[in-house]
Write a new protein. Structure first.
Length: 79
């Protein structure tokens, strides 16, 4: 029995090295989330009367989903 397949190489790691890798891997997701955040702010504050969503119960779930999409790669990358 050989254990060569489980051998690991030591890599330089740290918070900022991990952040660079996360940003590189998830750059398109972060771009889409920034666009959705801007759209949510526009619809909540600046949209015409017929398009405006001012109800708190409509804004919070969307903002929660956007926030979770922002934070999930960061929290998974730290552990």
């Amino acid at each position: 029995m050989e254990w060569n397949s489980t051998a690991k190489e030591l890599e330089a790691t740290g918070f900022f090295i991990g952040m660079d890798k996360i940003v590189k891997d998830f750059k398109y997701m972060y771009l889409i989330m920034l666009l959705l955040t801007g759209a949510l702010i526009y619809i909540a504050l600046y949209a015409p009367k017929g398009w405006m969503i001012a109800d708190f119960s409509m804004i919070v779930p969307v903002a929660n989903q956007i926030g979770c999409h922002f934070l999930l790669p960061l929290t998974l990358g730290l552990f």
